[in-house]
Write a protein that binds this ligand. Structure first.
Ligand SMILES: *Cc1c(COP(=O)(O)O)cnc(C)c1O
Length: 391
């Protein structure tokens, strides 16, 4: 059984490139070139040098002693929160900016919801002196003012998407339209393992540095690797080099929102059904007419009605297990990690920690949790939800 993408861009029955004809030239250019570029010595050298000197890799693998004592197993934290810009997303934008350069692109576009991917993209565009246009829903621009300011400070243009619900999916539509109109000089940086082939595989390869490092940093194999799942890029990065090590249990944690039995949820793999979203076939949350459901999660990074096709395949083939964690449970876990380890995690990441109490752990078990990002960006939510001002 293979868990890797096949030549046509499929993971089992999932994946592919269901794109409008107008996008064929752009996607074919990527499909034909992404592997050769990634494998070239020049790319590898610059990619690894930037990961080291700019991002600050390798990120440490930290033994969390007080969490370990509490849960009765060895708990190790892969510290992606220590990456430049505060999360794993920059691993991917570094890879894609180098790819864009090699393809001779002068102009970069991206979509962003909460602004984290927009900031990671604006960062690498500044690094390389490339023009950067970020599409963002008008409503998100209002809600995420600090990230909008960061993108502008970094020299990016933030273009509001004013149609529909004025959020992420409308920004994605605008970015697609831009790309169709500018096929020659523009590269579209997608922020997770979603979208048409080759994006899911390309982003997984750039993020796979996470599991490559874990393997080097650990003596032998861990028993568990756990990561939160929005589109699924930090989880794919953490799983990648363990996919063929069947004894390693892989657990993805999605956002249950107010609960999987409510309408306010983002638990795609728990509740979803097969369908095509953002040009690839995967599992998505939809009603019986195929209408995409509005997701809900307290964390903006997990608030997505789809999931990367590789995860749909890992679930259906039973190579990985997926669990869902509510907003309230994630908040509780965020407080616990902060107070036991002195690390304030991103709200997305807090979901991954919350499943520790539900696993049947033995004292000899070694658990790696991918600490995908730091909580600075979430302090407003933490202040409100935990009533920190009253403490
Ligand atoms: C964006 C984000 C996520 C979710 O995205 P994936 O592609 O599923 O990794 C998770 N954690 C953090 C800190 C994020 O910023």
């Amino acid at each position: 059984m293979s868990y890797q993408v096949d030549e046509k861009g499929f993971y089992g029955e999932f994946g592919g490139a269901f794109i409008p004809e107008l996008l064929y030239p752009n996607i074919e250019e990527l499909q034909e070139n992404y592997l050769a570029i990634e494998k070239s010595p020049e790319f590898q050298e610059e990619f690894h040098q930037l990961l080291k000197d700019y991002v600050g890799r390798p990120t440490p693998l930290f033994l969390a002693k007080r969490l370990s004592a509490k849960y009765g197993a060895e708990i190790w934290l892969k510290r992606e929160d220590l990456c430049h810009t505060g999360a794993h997303k920059v691993n991917n934008t570094i890879g894609q900016i180098l790819l864009a350069e090699k393809l001779g692109k002068k102009r970069i576009i991206a979509e962003t919801g909460a602004g984290q991917h927009g900031v990671a993209t604006a960062t690498v565009c500044a690094l390389k002196g490339l023009e950067c246009i970020i599409y963002m829903g008008e409503k998100d621009i209002e809600r995420q003012a600090p990230n909008v300011a960061r993108m502008k400070m970094l020299g990016a243009t933030v273009r509001p998407a004013t149609s529909g619900s004025k959020t992420l999916k409308d920004a994605t539509n605008e970015a697609m339209r831009d790309w169709i109109n500018n096929p020659e000089d523009t590269h579209y940086i997608i922020g997770s393992v979603v979208g048409p082939h080759p994006y899911p595989d390309m982003v997984a390869r750039y993020q796979s540095v996470i599991s490559e490092e874990i393997k080097k940093q650990m003596d032998g194999l861990p028993d568990y690797v756990i990561a939160c799942v929005g589109g699924g890029s930090n989880a794919m990065g953490a799983f990648y080099h363990f996919l063929d090590d069947k004894e390693v249990k892989l657990i993805g944690v999605e956002a249950a929102g107010l609960g999987v039995d409510t309408e306010k949820t983002a638990a795609t793999l728990t509740l979803g059904t097969p369908g095509v979203l953002h040009a690839s076939r995967s599992i998505m949350m939809q009603d019986k007419d195929g209408q995409v459901l509005e997701p809900h999660s307290i964390s903006a990074g997990l608030d997505y009605p789809g999931i990367g096709p590789a995860h749909a395949w890992l679930k259906v083939s039973e190579r990985a297990q997926y669990m869902a964690v509510t907003d309230a449970a994630a908040l509780e876990a965020a407080v616990e990690v902060s107070r036991l380890e002195g690390i304030i995690p991103a709200l997305e990441t807090a979901h991954a920690f919350s499943v520790l109490k539900d696993l049947d752990l033995k004292p000899t078990d070694r658990v790696v949790i991918n600490l995908s990002g730091r909580g600075d960006k979430d302090m407003n939510t933490y202040m409100e939800e935990l009533n920190l001002n009253a403490l």
